[in-house]
Design a protein around this ligand. Sequence first.
Ligand SMILES: Nc1nc2c(ncn2[C@@H]2O[C@H](COP(=O)(O)OP(=O)(O)O[C@H]3O[C@H](CO)[C@@H](O)[C@H](O)[C@@H]3O)[C@@H](O)[C@H]2O)c(=O)[nH]1
Length: 424
Amino acid sequence: MLKAVILIGGPLKGTRFRPLSLDIPKPLFPVAGLPMIQHHIEACVSVPNLKEILILGYYPASELTQFVAAMVQEYKINIRYLQEFMALGTAGGIYHFRDQIRLGSPEAFFILNGDVCADFPLVEMLEFHQQKGNKPLMTMLTTEATRQQSVHFGCIVQDRDTHEVTHYVEKPSTFVSTLINCGVYLCSLELFHTIATVFNARQQEYYNDGAGNGKEVIQLERDVLMPLAGTGRLFAMPTNNWWSQIKTAGAAIYANRHYLELYRSHSKERLVERGPAAGDGSKCSIIGDVHIHPTASVHHTATLGPNVSIGSNASIGPGVRIRESIVLSGASIANHSLILHSIVGRLSSVGQWSRVEGTPCDPNPNKPFAKMDNYSLFNSDGRLNPSITILGCSVTVPPEVILLNSIVLPYKELTRSFKNEIIL
Ligand SMILES: Nc1nc2c(ncn2[C@@H]2O[C@H](COP(=O)(O)OP(=O)(O)O[C@H]3O[C@H](CO)[C@@H](O)[C@H](O)[C@@H]3O)[C@@H](O)[C@H]2O)c(=O)[nH]1
């Protein structure tokens, strides 16, 4: 039997995802029509003999209850949210809830960072882990990054033949390796002995010299992976599958595109059939991959795609054009407006003949293995870096305005056009 743990952090962690994380916990933000971590759950559910998924974080439990109940109903497996009493770090929560994870004696358990998105090769990881016999405490999923970007991740040096990790550095200050940690692991239960050693050393320090701040906090990367490297018990499984982080709202647009593409191979029913508008007015014109929630209403003269997701009860008027964007539930886009590289928040409305446009922040297609850059909002002269346009929830954009590379906080009623601004 197997289990999985999804690490979702808490409200303080999603700051780069504002304003979208203001009204919904970041892990529940819909990407390709599903809450971000539902994609993790789907990947876990597809692993044979995986019996339980534990979601670990420090969001108030009430914010996750409904989601968890819906997931249990949909996938018919045990899914629970375990709330940490404070941010315990990427291994602290796992250690704190070790009895829950060990319950039923799983042969191994997956750990998935909730803020990555991927075509998760979990079954391959299991086979890889099992092939290594009794030796591995942990197998970590790895991918290639550019030399320059690699330092923003955990960096791995491995034995090319055995895939044993010989050296691991978390976000090194100088270049170590282009092989990076994807934040997806398969662990044997024995890992708890290793974490216990770290935990006990922390407690000892506390009782010896009172250095008690965060004595329960344990970071998987620094406290566990770094010492494990070179012991012959940590392995790296490379993948060429699509993988990315979702740190910023711009990354959600990128993830949206890739998850929609994956639907083509395993969930075609979630995509609308491509092609011109139906003569009987039953369908609008669809280009590339588009997901429309069954409760959304889209006028047959609108054109959507490629890479568009429309949420529940959204309303898309006549002549509207939407590309590379996410329109959240209850939003409305009036006649002949244009939405490009943007996220339209829940219950927001865009008046007719308006243009809402952002700048894509995709990885550089000319650099092999390039990942997304998680640029901060402002550049060194204090100006907003060009990025996707985001309307927070319940924003009103009037008719006939242009909104370019801007971020609008929730509940704003705009009265004119804006360019490269944060509208507070
Ligand atoms: N439950 C819980 N989850 C946490 C906590 N702290 C962080 N997390 C969750 O753990 C994941 C990773 O945490 P970060 O601290 O944001 O790390 P990172 O900068 O994304 O780096 C990690 O992921 C990279 C891949 O995306 C790795 O390359 C890197 O080595 C590292 O593992 C996120 O999903 C975050 O929500 C915590 O105290 N408790």
